[in-house]
Design a protein around this ligand. Structure first.
Ligand code: DGJ
Length: 744
């Protein structure tokens, strides 16, 4: 993790305004009591009020250079029950002085005081970041708030809590930030929840007095909910129009996000470390840094909110940013062979995959240790000699000779009790003394918070990648935490163990995970990594700084995937969204969907194939080759273009998505029909985002399904739409658009 150096705090520091191009800016008012942050089309303004409290003044559409907003002022006591601390829209509310709403910070002091009252101390602007320092009026607790605007229209916020005293303090709750929306009623919130095999379910509901709380207590991001939110105005906000305040927390451990509508209708979003079972002891001189909480605003609806996030992820977050590499078409053997992997079987699949135009071959679980089922072997990361008698090299050489790169599955944070590693180091597993460990998929977690476990994990991964020509790791994580003990957690300065010290596991584990990933990437700059957790259990902007793609779900059913991907793209870019075409009937729903539909579904992100190619007929192979070829033509547009969700698949018979390249020269439309009813013709699909006066060449994947003219204007495509001949069940097609000139 980045370490911050803190200059000694002066009362007011010299402030140089930042203005990089017109896109981002940090503008202090001359009196040094308020700041306006410009990020793309968004402005954000904060100020210090007459009581020294830092409060939100504005969050919304970008404002002009001359800002005439009222100065910061605390709310008057409305009644004895509503003190100013509870009603003023504070930027980082600490529990104290009568705060009855969700705190961003709660700290216990050695003298028994459990409150804080934070006052403004200083501000500085450095390397594009505004840092505001607050301190408690009594205790030597300093809080540094950081604001970093990005040109894509996103503002990052995070905090660092420091102990300047000579006794230990206990952080009991620490959020990254609180975001205050314009005061008032009539908001509606969208959020994402799910479960294994059914992640990314989108919900939208009115924001009501009270609190909507989404969280993970599972030690990782979770399938259960994702740390993303979008808030619009009821009746005003749609997919294509209206205000949206949105954001996502970059943390891969337990987290909590609350959307709170206070008694006085101040809507606030607070997110950070999950306070459940949380404590972090700050020894004298120590600090705790909270994760980045990114947020933005658009006046152009949910679709544009997603596109801002997608652009931001490509430009600022993903490991190869801003030069994003295309995701290769991969083959993965998991659904074809499960644990029954061996050299001849994998080579046979690789030979078939190469014929389809696959660019990367990935061996999944089962290649190491005594890993013949999910009961044994995790932790023993040496090649199984019965399955690969000559090691991985002959396999990798053959894959390379076939023109593909090679990838391999790992699950570095886990151990089976039935493994050499566990027999040698039972103390490395995460557990409480004397308590029976709860197993999940017959496995336990390794306590990555421990230095020795961290070093061991990095060392074997580094060796694996150094000794073999591995381009890609599929990094899996197949259970959640149950006994988060850390009995060797660092003791206090006086040598005594405080049981609360163990709770630092919630922070240290994830920081060590990030460190291992960062070190691996630094040692092997070409190595690409996928974050998988039994599907989409660990997808967030924290892990995406180190992983090039994610596995959104173990559910590979081509129909379910449309809804899963619909939800996913609200928060994350199609570039990161891996999807495979697998065999039918699907292992989960027993549904049989035609191969073309399965391909069209998987083409919405990073295409992969996961079926048993030995069983594919000549016709299947020919369809697949045609599909892979088409995908490669539209891949840059899909992965790095602008996504328009034209029609949601959720609960619908028809759906469509459209992508446009950033320069507008190319587009692609994917259209799906689940089941035709009453012989009704497929409704014309009206495209979005095209240049009305431009002429587009319409290149159809299936000539039988598009019989319209070859050249059509943007205006016609958007207003009268495109007619497609889809019929029956599970029909689908794709149209590629190439801009060829302006209308005469
Ligand atoms: C869960 C993953 O999501 C699957 O794709 C597969 O890799 C299995 N684990 C292997 O155990």
């Amino acid at each position: 993790m980045k370490q911050f150096l803190f200059a000694s705090v002066a009362l007011v520091l010299a402030i140089a305004p930042l203005s990089v191009g017109a896109q981002v800016g940090i503008h202090p008012q001359p009196d040094g009591t308020s700041w306006t942050l410009q990020a793309g089309t968004m402005s954000y303004r904060i100020g210090v009020n007459e009581q020294g409290m830092l409060q939100t003044l504005y969050w919304g559409q970008r404002l002009g250079a001359t800002i005439v907003l009222p100065a910061a002022k605390s709310k008057p006591e409305r009644a004895s029950f509503d003190p100013p601390t509870a009603t003023t829209p504070l930027e980082y509310p600490a529990w104290g002085a009568g705060l009855f709403t969700e705190p961003a910070l709660k700290v216990g002091s050695p003298n028994g005081d459990r409150t804080l009252v934070l006052h403004f101390q200083a501000a500085k602007i450095q390397e594009g970041v505004l840092e505001i320092t607050l301190r408690d009026e009594v205790q030597p607790i300093f809080v540094h708030l950081f604001y970093q605007p990005y040109p894509e229209g996103v503002l990052a916020r995070w905090s660092v809590i420091e102990n300047h005293g000579d006794k230990p303090y206990r952080v009991e709750q620490a959020a990254s930030a609180t975001w205050n929306l314009p005061q008032g009623e009539g908001y509606e919130a969208s959020w994402l929840t799910g479960q294994w095999g059914a992640e990314w379910q989108l919900h939208t509901a009115p924001v009501q007095p009270g609190t909507l709380m989404i969280e993970s207590r599972r030690g990782s991001t979770s399938h259960q909910a994702n740390p993303w939110f979008a808030i619009g105005r009821t009746g005003e906000t749609t997919e294509t129009a209206g205000p949206v305040w949105f954001g996502e927390l970059a943390w891969s451990g337990s987290w909590r996000m609350s959307v709170e509508d206070t008694a006085l209708h101040q809507v606030r979003v607070t997110a950070g470390y999950n306070p459940f079972d949380f404590a972090y002891l700050l020894q004298p001189g120590q600090h705790l840094e909270t994760p980045r909480f990114f947020a933005g605003y658009t006046a152009k609806g949910q679709g544009e909110a997603s596109r801002i996030l997608h652009r931001f992820q490509l430009a600022e977050i993903l490991p190869s940013h801003p030069q994003i590499k295309p995701r290769p078409v991969i083959y993965n053997s998991w659904e074809a062979t499960e644990f029954a992997v061996n050299e001849p079987g994998q080579i046979a699949l690789a030979e078939r995959a190469a014929k389809l135009g696959v660019e990367r071959f990935v061996i999944d679980d089962g290649w190491f240790g005594e890993r013949n089922t999910d009961h044994a072997g995790l932790g023993d990361w040496t090649v199984n000699p019965a399955k690969f008698p000559h090691g991985l090299k002959p396999m990798i050489d053959r894959v390379h000779a076939l023109g593909m790169s090679f990838g391999i599955w790992v699950e570095p944070e886990m151990v089976n009790p039935d493994s050499q590693l566990y027999r040698k180091h039972p103390e490395w597993a995460m557990q409480f003394p004397d308590r029976k460990a709860t197993l999940g998929r017959n496995q336990m977690l390794l306590n990555l918070a421990r230095e020795d476990v961290k070093e061991y994990t990095f060392t074997w991964l580094d060796k694996l990648v150094s000794e073999n020509d591995i381009a890609f790791l599929k990094w899996d994580y197949n259970r959640n935490w149950s006994e988060p003990g850390w009995d060797t957690a660092p003791a206090q300065a006086n040598g005594t163990q405080n049981p609360d010290a163990q709770k630092a596991i919630y922070v240290q584990y994830v920081q060590n995970l990030y460190e291992i990933l960062a070190r691996l990437k630094a040692r092997h700059p070409k190595l690409e990594i996928e974050s998988c957790s039994g599907g989409g259990g660990r997808v967030d902007l924290g892990i995406l700084r180190y992983t090039d793609e994610v596995w959104p779900s173990d559910n590979t059913d081509g129909l379910d995937r449309l809804s899963i991907q619909y939800g996913f793209t609200h928060a994350y870019s199609p570039q990161t969204m891996a999807a495979w075409v697998t065999d039918v009937p699907n292992f989960l729903d027993r549904r049989s969907i035609p191969l073309q539909f399965r391909f069209l579904s998987a083409m919405q992100g990073a295409l992969g194939i996961g079926g048993n190619l030995n069983k594919w007929t000549a016709e299947d192979m020919s369809t697949a080759t045609r599909m892979v070829d088409f995908y490669k033509q539209v891949r840059p547009t899909v992965q790095q273009g602008e996504l328009y969700r034209l029609r949601s698949p959720v609960g619908r018979e028809t759906s469509q998505v459209e992508y446009l390249s950033a320069d507008g020269s190319e587009g692609v439309l994917f259209a799906y029909l689940r089941s035709q009813q009453y012989g009704m013709a497929y409704e014309p699909v009206r495209l979005q985002g095209l240049a009305p006066e431009a002429i587009y060449q319409v290149l159809s994947l299936d000539s039988a399904k598009y019989k319209g003219p070859e050249h059509v204007s943007g205006a016609e495509l958007m207003e009268s739409g495109i007619q497609l001949g889809l019929s029956g069940d599970y029909d689908g097609t794709a149209i590629r658009l190439v801009r060829v000139g302006a209308k005469e």
